[in-house]
Design a protein around this ligand. Structure first.
Ligand code: ATP
Length: 290
């Protein structure tokens, strides 16, 4: 039997870093949104008692450091089920190291797939418990839709669905190390005033312009990339209601009321970006495809 899962990327409509725990994990408050830029993850039984993995993208390890592989190991540890041997195939569309939770959503997809394949009937909450040991964004990728994430990002509170819109996503050709980005936050003299409550209020009101006005990401000021500023400026000059960096970057997204304007703007960004796509908000996380 083979189970195939659609694994959506996320964007951060808002991201505040609030502090650091003694164990080194950062405390955050974020408004997270699933978008229909998706990896496709297939999982099947091989009967050889091992885990094997393949992926079509450069820069993704096809061994035990892959988040999908780690999720499979965590699943068998938690359920105490014997691994019958599984194959994992990741068809990547989400750019790697982009701030879009590509690795986390693959891990989430494997948990959802194994729950079906092994007939374990775990609840989504139980899958989230397994997932948080693999990565702080994994629980969100299991639940998906629009959520407020607190603690280290694993405590999720549902927010109303985001209104229909076009989301232009653009990744400039620069790399950001998430570890180094958080180190910059630690160098600050004090933590900044949080912004996420404004974004949550805007989503509760359901007004796209208000959401666009409240987009915020602490990492933007900390990392300060001119490529990010340039993309934001271009989006705002070409019809975006608001634009912001996602996660620890460097991907930028812009919110558009008009799909045509988003597509025209995508055309303007293509030559200077590694990846540009127009997507939509989703009201779900990882789901099994028939
Ligand atoms: P986040 O938004 O959660 O910070 P990200 O989008 O910035 O994540 P990822 O694409 O998840 O970053 O991956 C970052 C690193 O993890 C890369 O160095 C990559 O080699 C490694 N990695 C391990 N497994 C995966 C996977 N399944 N998909 C993508 N990257 C993976």
């Amino acid at each position: 039997m083979k189970v195939t899962v659609l694994a959506p990327a996320k964007i951060n409509l808002s991201l505040d870093i609030l502090g650091k725990r003694p164990d080194g994990y950062h405390l955050v408050k974020m408004l997270m949104q699933s978008v229909d830029l998706c990896d496709i993850v297939s999982v099947w039984d091989t009967g050889d008692g091992k885990i094997s993995l393949s992926c079509n993208a450069d820069g993704v390890p096809c061994e035990k450091t892959n988040t999908a592989w780690r999720a499979a190991e965590a699943f068998f540890t938690f359920t105490k089920k014997r691994n019958p041997g599984i194959g994992i195939k990741i068809k990547k569309r989400i750019p790697v190291s982009a701030g879009l939770a590509g690795g986390s959503t693959d891990a989430a997809a494997v948990l959802v797939a194994l729950n079906e394949l092994m007939n374990t009937r775990l609840s989504k909450e139980e899958l989230c418990d397994i997932g948080e040991d693999v990565g702080a964004d994994v629980p969100f990728c299991i639940m998906g839709a629009t959520m407020v994430a607190t603690g280290i990002g694993t405590i999720l509170t549902p927010a109303p669905d985001m209104p229909e819109c076009s989301i232009l996503v653009a990744k400039p050709p620069v790399s950001v190390s998430t570890k180094e980005a958080y180190a910059l936050a630690d160098d600050r003299e004090s933590y900044w005033e949080p912004h996420t409550d404004d974004a949550v209020e805007a989503v509760c009101d359901g007004e796209l312009q208000k959401i666009a006005d409240s987009l915020y990401n602490d990492f933007e000021e900390l990392i300060h990339l001119k490529e990010v500023d340039n993309i934001k400026e271009l989006m705002l000059e070409n019809g975006a209601l608001g634009a912001c960096m996602s996660g620890s970057g460097p991907t930028v997204f812009g919110l558009f009321e008009d799909q045509g304007a988003a597509e025209d703007c995508a055309g303007l960004l293509e030559k200077d970006c590694e990846m540009v796509t127009v997507c939509r908000p989703l009201d779900h996380g990882c789901i099994i495809l028939d």
